[in-house]
Write a protein that binds this ligand. Structure first.
Ligand code: RIB
Ligand code: CA
Length: 321
């Protein structure tokens, strides 16, 4: 398998925390160069605290870099009702001994990308609002040649969660999404069409909470909050949205991609943050259609690969104790 250089730009956040665990569990697939944070599920201070604690808990030796506190134009918007006051539900992790990098994430990513050897490229994996990525592209357009593709969790070809037609990450900062979508960089949109099928069931979460595996238990505790304190409790499953971009890189066969041209509604009102997928191949040149959207996912395969990875990471860390 090809090992990809990646940056995870996130707002941990329960499902961001499991995405980080999945990246840590798959060192043959990912060379994680940095974890950058953005305000979203919780404030920038809380998500950065969480990222530091998660990186150390998962045994990663990776810089954590604080990014933008809120959207480029809009008022900040957080999701404590979904991710809890801390951002990690009811899970309390040991406080990391490492501290955050001095530099802002946007400047840090610019230096990291421009410092890559000639011909090397990075895959960006944003799992929060696209504010950091948009600022990077606007301030330093020269980085585009250093970005292989952007696989982001956000949007939907049909539907929404924070409103009937908008997904949270895009809704929080639609202007940032517009900048990213029109940058001419290959995109894979891991939106709700697929991520709502990428869930853990109540019984799987309960088993994780009761396990002696430290990673499985911590993730079970985080997802347990998410499962019991949001509308997920009526569904009986919790969608682990942010794992999807990473899993797509390792197991593309369990997803159904469709080619399209992507845009976003930056108006105010009921359609704010709606992602628009233009599938009309007969109206566009092939080279214009630089985006893919994942339209479906195999739920049971997702569960198998994620749960296996979490337990394996826990076993690996136990071996290092
Ligand atoms: O809509 C789901 C997305 O919003 C996930 O990335 C979740 O962590 C929140 O950021
Ligand atoms: Ca997220």
């Amino acid at each position: 398998m090809e090992k990809r250089k990646i940056i995870l730009d996130c707002d941990p956040g329960v499902d961001d925390a499991l995405a980080l665990a999945y990246a840590a569990a798959c060192p043959d697939a990912f060379e994680l160069l940095a974890v950058t944070t953005v305000g979203g599920n919780q404030t920038i201070e809380k998500v950065t605290r969480n990222a530091l604690d998660l990186v150390e808990f998962y045994g990663l030796e990776v810089p954590v870099v604080k990014g933008m506190a809120g959207a480029i134009v809009r008022e900040p918007l957080y999701a404590p009702e979904t991710h809890g006051e801390s951002g990690l539900g009811s899970c309390v992790l040991p406080t990391a001994s490492h501290s955050v990098e001095e530099e802002n994430a946007v400047l840090y990513m610019h230096k990291l990308l421009m410092g890559l050897p000639e011909g090397e490229k990075i895959t960006l994996i944003p799992t929060g609002p696209l504010t950091n990525i948009a600022m990077l592209l606007k301030l330093f357009p020269e980085v585009k040649e250093k970005i292989r593709e952007i696989l982001f969790m956000g949007g939907a070809a049909c539907g929404g969660n924070v409103t009937p037609c908008a997904e949270f990450n895009i809704y929080v900062d639609p202007e940032a999404a517009k900048i990213v979508f029109h940058a001419g960089i290959p995109l894979v949109m891991c939106g709700l069409d697929a991520t709502l099928k990428c869930c853990l069931t109540r019984s799987q979460v309960l088993k994780m909470c009761q396990s002696g595996n430290k990673v499985a238990k911590a993730c079970g505790d985080m997802v347990g909050f998410y499962l019991e304190n949001t509308a997920n409790k009526y569904r009986g499953v919790a969608s682990i949205h942010d794992v999807v971009p990473l899993m797509y890189l390792i197991h593309p066969e369990i997803f159904t991609p469709k080619r399209m041209i992507l845009d976003v509604d930056c108006s105010e009102g009921v359609s704010r943050g709606t992602t628009i997928c233009d599938f009309r191949w007969w109206k566009h040149e092939e080279e214009e259609m630089t985006a893919l959207v994942l339209m479906d996912a195999d739920s049971s395969k997702f569960q198998e690969y994620l749960i296996t990875a979490l337990y394996e990471l826990g076993e690996t860390l136990k071996g290092g104790e």
